[in-house]
Design a protein around this ligand. Structure first.
Ligand SMILES: Nc1ncnc2c1ncn2[C@@H]1O[C@H](COP(=O)(O)OP(=O)(O)O)[C@@H](O)[C@H]1O
Ligand SMILES: [Mg+2]
Length: 329
């Protein structure tokens, strides 16, 4: 784990990559810096100048796409030339490359808020996630390659189909019979089939400090989703969910930063984990507003302060109702 406490300083620059529409997260970091009386400047990158959050950064960088071979080098250049002390990824896209190049950033005095490469591998392949969860005795829907399940004579329907490398609910289908299964197994690329789980869906924001300890877990019940991202959500302080999610993050050795764990809580109170995203989730502003001030905790730790964090000290029942807003360029 990164020894953040060695780097005591009162002013530093922070870079958020693929910043896109993360206005709320950026604001939370800016507010945290203000509250801590830190002179932070916030930098952002995106592949287009037409990113809403980019407009609100102190410095903006339009960069090449994450799959360009020079992606990491251009970030290293920005870090070097602007003395960036903290790099915060905001999407899945560059996690793997950032994890693989962490040492290069550290040599420049920059801490990357990313998990290890092996953790990213487990999270970004839903077959690996299933294997990890099973091996560590966490409850999760049975998962099998769609073409494999077609070989079976008896199949229990409905099934939930999705790509093992999917994101934002793309290519998801519920199939009720063999005919539908055959059709979608061909149509959906990298298709896996899962037991279809019915229940309330939760996303947990799990905070892991720079020593690797899970310090706080905020479960958010998903009420409504728009384009794969939560648009209405509610904080539900359910200790059994919080403890299980913390156990999972610990077993995975994920962090530092916020790890987003998704699960379905069934009517008979089973906690079935379905996905782990080792980064800030899209709905994290709700947890922050509820009092789990992750940006403040991260910035405090970076300045060498000991932070008092209580595992369950956040506002219960807080509801977030999102709407569209505008920024001007
Ligand atoms: N096995 C399942 N049973 C029921 N619903 C599921 C299942 N797996 C996923 N879902 C639903 O599909 C959404 C997207 O699936 P997820 O595994 O989170 O992939 P991603 O977010 O990467 O697209 C989930 O938020 C959930 O609503
Ligand atoms: Mg998901």
């Amino acid at each position: 784990m990164v020894e953040a406490n060695k780097r005591k300083c009162k002013s530093f620059n922070v870079l958020l990559t693929c910043i896109g529409r993360r206005v709320s997260l950026l604001n939370a970091f800016q507010n945290a810096a203000k509250a801590l009386k830190l002179k932070c400047r916030f930098f952002g990158t995106d592949i287009t100048p037409l990113s809403s959050a980019l407009q609100l950064c102190d410095e903006r960088f339009v960069v090449k796409a994450v799959d360009h071979q020079g992606y990491i080098n251009q970030l290293l250049k920005i870090v070097r030339e602007n003395s960036i002390k903290l790099l915060v990824p905001t999407v899945d896209l560059d996690l793997k490359d950032l994890a693989g190049n962490q040492e290069k950033f550290e040599k420049l005095g920059c801490i990357v808020l990313v998990s290890s490469q092996s953790v990213i591998d487990i999270c970004q392949d839903k077959r690996q996630t299933f294997k990890f969860l099973k091996k560590n005795n966490f409850n999760t829907p049975e998962t099998i390659a769609a073409r494999k399940i077609l070989e079976q004579k008896r199949i229990k329907f409905p099934l939930f189909l999705k790509p093992w490398d999917g994101y934002a609910s793309r290519g998801n289908e519920i199939v009720k019979n063999r005919k539908e299964l055959e059709f979608y197994a061909k149509k959906i690329p990298n298709c896996i089939a899962q037991e279809y789980v019915i229940g309330d869906e939760y996303t947990c924001d799990c905070f892991v400090d720079f020593a690797g300890d899970v310090r706080c877990v905020v479960p958010r019940r998903r009420i409504e989703v728009r384009s794969g991202e939560v648009s209405k959500g509610e904080v539900v302080k359910n200790m059994s969910i919080m403890n299980k999610a913390a156990e999972l993050v610990k077993a995975l050795k994920a962090g530092p930063g916020v790890i987003t764990v998704q699960l379905i809580f069934t009517r008979d109170k089973q906690i079935k984990f379905i996905e782990i995203n080792p980064r800030f989730g899209g709905g994290v502003p709700l947890a922050i507003k509820a009092g789990a001030d992750f940006p403040k905790w991260i910035l405090s730790q970076l300045t060498g302060k000991t932070v008092r964090i209580q595992f369950d000290k956040f506002k219960n029942d807080l509801t977030m109702l999102r709407y569209d807003a505008e920024v001007w360029k």
